[in-house]
Write a protein that binds this ligand. Structure first.
Ligand SMILES: [Zn+2]
Ligand SMILES: [Zn+2]
Length: 334
């Protein structure tokens, strides 16, 4: 078997035959980007190739001039240097893709972040057999089993019913999680207006532009008197706003947080979360191991921490496994 088409360098994963980096964490001449989360999509590269939605999201976050030249990637193979590349769905957030690299008789896939749970904001993860699979390991411990998100939303709605005099403020990251919570609420039949913090506005607007129905959204940038009047309302906020004066404008709010980390009750307590909602855009342990069996690589490279359990599991399955220890991925928005 020939050597992998990618290698690990100081700036991140590099493909020498194509002379490009994937999700580099330093500015480079040519970057291929899996999705718009800040730890994968950084500003300052000369040339960026990504899905059309990821390019749009980077422009929303960093300004139209986030790179010098850009190129949309999709499912059709494009020659880059001596390899061909294509982008296939990863099921993580709007625009998220796995990057498939083919050449020298082999196929290597960098999956970025991914999920196997249905998400109306993006196309479902597409398993494709490969020789080398680079996987995230955000929730790579057997203890991580994400519950059905509909059940978490049912708990939220039960709390709204039980405390009609209190606003429910839900912490959710701006790209992906916020829209996912809104979609899940709509799927559960909640049709009242949902209030959103100003930091979520542009990315919610972009989802609507892309044809993703979010229902009626209203601004939660309110004066104290208006905020106090929002009894029984659902308000979405970036978690970073929890500690600010903005939260105190609401009357006795119920603080909720939508994250895979909410399975660990100590995380919830540390953040002062009264209502933890275990809703994740990443694979849990059963989906992670099932995915590796499906794509059936000889070799697995692991990013995003918590590598050891997955290393051991892969080796027991007869696959080579390597932790990448890439810096900067540990603050994964989730
Ligand atoms: Zn991500
Ligand atoms: Zn990530």
């Amino acid at each position: 078997m020939k050597k992998p088409l990618i290698e690990l360098t100081e700036a991140g994963i590099y493909c020498r035959a194509g002379d490009f980096y994937i999700d580099p964490h330093k500015p480079v001449a040519r970057a291929l980007v899996t999705h718009g989360h800040a730890d994968h999509a950084r500003a300052g590269h000369s040339h960026v190739m990504a899905s059309p939605q990821t390019l749009d999201i980077m422009a929303i976050r960093y300004g139209e001039d986030f790179c010098v030249t850009q190129q949309a990637g999709g499912r059709d193979s494009v020659q880059v240097g001596d390899v061909s590349v294509r982008f296939i769905p990863a099921g993580h957030v709007l625009g998220s893709c796995q990057i498939v690299i083919e050449g020298q008789g082999r196929r290597d896939i960098v999956s970025g972040d991914y999920s196997r749970v249905a998400n109306a904001a993006c196309a479902a993860f597409e398993p494709m057999p490969c020789d080398l699979f680079v996987t995230e390991a955000t929730f790579a411990l057997p203890v991580f089993r994400h519950p059905d998100p509909a059940g978490e939303i049912a708990q939220l709605l039960a709390s709204v019913d039980a405390f009609p005099e209190r606003a429910h403020i839900i912490g959710a990251y701006a790209l992906g999680k916020a829209q996912r919570v809104i979609i899940l609420l709509r799927q559960a039949g909640y049709d009242a207006p949902i209030y959103i913090h100003g930091a979520l506005q542009k990315l919610c607007d972009y989802h609507k532009d892309q044809g993703i129905a979010l229902g009626e959204l209203r601004s939660a940038s309110l004066e104290r008197a208006q905020a106090r009047a929002l009894r029984g309302a659902i308000v979405l906020s970036p978690p970073s706003a929890f500690g600010t004066a903005w939260v105190q404008r609401f009357a006795e709010p119920v603080i909720a947080f939508a994250s895979g980390w909410m399975q660990i009750r100590a995380h919830a307590r540390r953040r002062g979360v009264e209502l933890p909602l275990v809703i994740s855009d990443h694979v849990d342990w059963p989906d992670l191991t099932r995915t590796i069996e499906e794509v059936d690589p000889q070799e697995v490279w692991i990013t995003h921490g918590r590598e050891e359990a997955l290393m051991r599991w892969a080796e027991l399955e007869g696959r080579k496994a390597r932790p990448l220890h890439i810096a900067g991925y540990d603050e994964e928005p989730e």
